[in-house]
Design a protein around this ligand. Structure first.
Ligand SMILES: [Zn+2]
Length: 363
């Protein structure tokens, strides 16, 4: 993500300069290819040899083609019998492309043979040999010269064709806006031409396309993830509205523990808190109810116990209390049997007894 601006800049630069490069190179290569094809048919066609030499003079042209064009041109000179110019051209080629010397694998023996007339001495009958003009050798081309010339021309044609095909495929790939298709095309391109030394722009474009696809896929994945979270949150909210509150609390807790950082976490937490508060209130009410029921039950139990214990005491107290039989019953008076006069008299004398004489008086 952070190298996105760099990618965009590279793409913009590529889109600007690549067509210029292709436009500048392709017509020149097309001309070189046409000239080489013509020279394969007509080996010493002057206008086509001129195109070869023009191509060689432009130092911006790719070295592989330029070196081969230079070699072919040198060998065309030799085929024309121009050995001196051939030797100079061969030396120039060797100086410009030291690693490509084998492109002109020719030495003097491939274009000269010892003079028959003087046996290679250059002199005959104490004078300059009239046949070789004293050189001791005569010009005679080895078939290798023409073969090598044709081989170089064939290589030029093949290379130009490949360059054109490669450029066309690369242009198609740059025009493709769909990254999957572009990646497929660029991968096919880099796999088809692994020997090419100019794959860098294709590889850069491929890397950009891969990065773009990565960004696109990640965005899609994130969106899918967001949608999934929204669905899950909605389902939890529906559950929270439902009758099974303990289950809703359980599932909300599990979900929030597993996904503490999702977008609707705060909202779900609020829903959970509300449910927990409701549930606690209900539990409290239930406890109060149970408490009341227990209390009522206890009260009922107590009254039952009391009822039974009373009736037991009444039945057990039917006999006299211990020691009560020894008391002189004459000393006690049933207060309920007293008249009002008795009571007044008892209060007057401060005694529990009923004064005899008074009572007698009354009687
Ligand atoms: Zn001679």
């Amino acid at each position: 993500m952070n190298n996105h601006p760099r990618i965009m800049f590279r793409l913009a630069a590529l889109a600007t300069f690549l067509p210029l490069l292709l436009v500048a190179k392709v017509p020149e290569e097309a001309r070189l290819r046409a000239a080489s094809e013509a020279l394969l048919q007509t080996p010493l066609s002057v206008p086509n040899l001129h195109i070869l030499s023009e191509y060689v003079r432009n130092s911006d042209n790719p070295p592989a083609l330029r070196s081969r064009a230079m070699a072919a041109y040198a060998m065309a000179l030799l085929l024309q019998g121009n050995t001196n110019n051939f030797v100079r051209a061969q030396q120039a080629h060797r100086a410009a492309y030291p690693d490509d010397a084998q492109l002109i694998p020719l030495t003097a023996e491939h274009y000269s043979v010892p003079c028959d007339a003087c046996n290679g001495t250059g002199r005959r009958e104490k004078a300059v040999c009239p046949q070789c003009f004293g050189r001791g050798s005569q010009f005679q081309l080895s078939p290798l010269v023409a073969q090598t010339y044709q081989k170089r021309l064939g290589e030029i044609v093949a290379q130009c064709r490949e360059n054109a095909e490669y450029a066309e495929k690369f242009r198609e790939a740059t025009k493709t806006s769909h990254d999957d298709k572009q990646i497929e095309m660029l991968q096919a391109l880099t796999n088809s031409y692994p020997h090419r030394t100019d794959l860098a722009p294709a590889i850069a474009l491929l890397d950009d396309a891969l990065a773009k696809r990565e960004v696109r896929l990640r965005a899609a994945q994130e969106q899918e993830e967001r949608r999934r979270i929204e669905r899950e949150a909605a389902a939890l909210k529906v559950l929270a509205q439902g009758p099974d509150r303990p289950r809703a609390i359980r599932e909300l807790r599990t979900y929030l523990a597993a996904h503490p950082n999702v977008a609707p976490a705060l909202e779900l937490q609020a829903v959970l808190d509300e449910l927990v508060a409701k549930e606690e209130q209900q539990q409290r009410l239930k406890k109060i109810g149970i408490g009341l029921a227990v209390l009522t039950g206890c009260l009922f139990l107590i009254s039952v116990i009391r009822f039974f214990s009373f009736s037991r005491r009444t039945s057990s107290s039917s006999g006299p209390l211990p020691g009560m039989d020894k008391i002189d019953k004459a000393d006690f008076t049933d207060p309920l049997s007293l008249t009002a006069q008795d009571t007044l008299t008892r209060a007057k004398y401060k005694t529990a007894r009923i004064p005899r004489e008074e009572a007698g008086v009354e009687d």
